[in-house]
Design a protein around this ligand. Sequence first.
Ligand SMILES: [Zn+2]
Length: 272
Amino acid sequence: MALSQLLSDNRSGALRQQGRAYRLSLPGDRGEITYSPLLWNLKRCFYSHTARRRRRKKGNSSRQLGSRFHRHVRHFNECSRGHCDCKARFGTGIGRPRSGSPLQQALLQREAFLLDYELTPFASEIVVSSDRLNLATAVDELAWQKPSSQGSKKRLVLISWKTGYSVGARRSRSKKGSSSKMMGSSLSHVVNSEEGQHQLQLLAEDRLLRENGVTPDLAVIVYVLRERDYYVERLREDGFWASEDTASACWQEFSDFCCQHIKRRHKKNRVK
Ligand SMILES: [Zn+2]
């Protein structure tokens, strides 16, 4: 029930991103609501001292590849009912990727991953929000995994796609001279690496889905790579996060951070 509600809200509501805000128009009496973007808040809470920039691959096209890849993924899921709204949404149609292009390779890797893990995707770019925390983000893709044995249930899988990264980016991204670890008391033992930031983002997406009554059985980051096969990293609540308690403490710390910001903003509005 919660999942179908989330999907129907997404398909009938309109989402716009405006600078640092997500504006989500929901049908019925819920009207338009403005949310703060998840990633921006995560950054402020846990890794705002990041300075070292990721070196982009030659041609500087990895960002472009990422956005085209995500549009294709959305098209596969959302335009399959005979009506393609890509042109209306993005200004250009989806087009067929050139043979041998990085985009085509990335899409083929996605197909291979879905096949290997027996996944049937059914939704992408799903906006997940929290009124409590004044947060919203869009999760990349949701899929059903075939039951592993007769009598067991199909599993809900949350997928976060990453293009243009090299796997094993565990080097700290902190400024020289500052701590190489993340900020915040719950993550003071965690290196501020790309990998750590991706795990943190996935944890937050997982928790926001749960706040909406949707519980993924599995959450994964899938790196699609040019040089080799895709690479899957699970949400490691017991590895990166040391224990389930660390993940809970981290989410609690982040929730407090967001609530404080809401309070502060309300105060500012009153003074005006
Ligand atoms: Zn489309």
